[in-house]
Design a protein around this ligand. Structure first.
Ligand SMILES: *Cc1c(COP(=O)(O)O)cnc(C)c1O
Length: 424
């Protein structure tokens, strides 16, 4: 016998206790998280059931205001709906922003139902079907064309409707958004038309029955480095200027993408919008001879507008100890919140900022793993976090859950009941 110890019950030492990015957007009163001015426990009594998502209008408004304060007035803000397509959220943002970006026929329906002008809606996405294109053309929204083949199909459908649909050319740039959570440009990509072949397409464009608006240049997502965003925006303006020179038709619209991130994980900080705004101001000045004052410049943002406003709340069903480790089992899990489980594009799983919403602080803390009710080891909401000691019935809150939450989750997996979302 080399080891007299029973290694099975040995608890592995936890070296560094994970902490999360500071979350102060939801106030705390009497040690309880407040939702729209009332304790979360009262809110739960009103809505009756966990789990749920709640999105706070005041926080959404605050995010829009931050952008309006720091970015040049000329920059139009669009909401990229795929971050959170809940109709109430889309409705609300349609009143605060200058337009909506949709990525499917279904999202288009929600966008149109807000009543905003079709010209303020743009439709991007590789692989649009003839039905998608027909819906977009009938509605009169701007179609971001992703390939030559798609342009040819648009022409056929436009002719059959006697229409001249507004289109923009989505460009796959020859650069990328560095240190981005999700790269969506540069190199070989399914999105957009490679920048180097766009001039040739532009020459052919006057022969198509379309109303050319301009360009859509989107580089990537979830970026928290100001320098990387500044670098990408600088290159985006240069590319746009180059393409304008190559275009036989006037350019009235440029969508410069977005990519602004929000902090989720230990060590991450909120973006400083000041240098980004200053750089945009500089770029507008530098390119004013080519990008005229009448050209509408759009920035499209999803996550930045909604992520911070959202809280995912579940209830503790059971607390159990397995070989020295404590597992808190909740009635919520990856079927509602795939991203928090670390399975939505993350390379290394990290914990979303998490709280015990009905007992924010306590002297009695312990290290626990919070898991969902699904029969899969992937169903983890928080791995080995130091939290106030938890009992059955407590409420677990996951911050930063307003984007890529419910709609990006496999809700039918294991057949648990559908849950509610509230905009408050
Ligand atoms: C996903 C997507 C967005 C939104 O990205 P966020 O990181 O949520 O801001 C914007 N534009 C396009 C084309 C997208 O595909």
């Amino acid at each position: 016998m080399t080891s007299p110890k029973n290694t099975l019950v040995d608890k592995k030492p936890v070296k560094k206790l994970p902490e999360h990015a500071p979350m102060e957007q939801f106030p705390v009163r009497d040690n309880v998280l407040m939702i729209a001015g009332e304790p979360i426990t009262d809110f739960l009594n009103k809505v009756g059931k966990t789990p749920f998502y709640v999105y706070d209008k005041a926080i959404i408004t605050q995010q829009v205001e931050k952008l309006r304060t720091h970015l040049p007035e000329r920059i139009h803000l669009h909401y990229a709906m795929k971050a959170n397509p809940m109709p109430d959220v889309v409705n609300y943002l349609s009143t605060l922003t200058d337009g909506l970006d949709v990525a499917s026929h279904f999202e288009l329906g929600i966008a149109l139902a807000t009543g905003i002008a079709p010209k303020k809606i743009s439709f991007a996405g590789p692989g649009k079907s003839d039905e998608d294109l027909e819906a977009a053309i009938t509605a009169g929204v701007i179609i971001n064309v992703e390939s030559r083949g798609e342009l040819e199909r648009i022409a056929v459908i436009a002719k059959s409707h006697n229409a001249r649909p507004p289109i923009a050319v989505r460009v796959n740039p020859d650069f990328e958004l560095k240190s981005s959570g999700m790269k969506m440009a540069g190199g070989a990509k399914p999105f957009g038309i490679d920048a180097e072949v766009v001039p040739e397409l532009l020459q052919a464009l006057p022969n198509f029955p379309v109303d050319f608006q301009g360009f859509h240049i989107f580089c990537g997502s979830q970026n928290l480095k100001e320098e990387a965003i500044i670098d990408a925006q600088t290159k985006t303006f240069s590319l746009a200027a180059q393409l304008i020179k190559a275009s036989p038709l006037p350019v009235r619209w440029i969508n410069i993408g977005g990519g602004l991130g929000v902090p989720y994980f230990p060590g991450e900080q909120r973006l400083d919008l000041t240098p980004i705004g200053e750089n945009l101001e500089r770029l507008l000045l530098q390119h004013q001879a080519i990008i005229s004052k009448d050209t509408e410049i759009v920035m499209e943002l999803g996550r930045y507008l909604v992520a911070e406003s959202g809280l995912y709340v579940s209830k503790v069903e059971d607390v159990k100890i397995s070989r020295g480790e404590t597992f808190v089992i909740t009635n919520g899990g990856l079927h509602h919140h795939l991203a928090a489980s670390g399975n939505f594009g993350q390379v290394i799983r990290k914990n979303y900022p998490t709280c015990v919403a009905n007992r924010i602080t306590s002297n009695d803390k312990e290290i626990v793993s919070i898991v969902g009710p699904l029969c899969t080891p992937l169903d983890i909401l928080a791995n080995k976090m130091l939290l106030p000691k938890v009992q059955r019935g407590d409420l677990i809150g996951l911050y930063q859950s307003g984007a890529y939450g419910l709609s990006a989750s496999p809700t039918r997996f294991l057949g648990h009941p559908r849950i509610h979302e509230y905009l408050v």
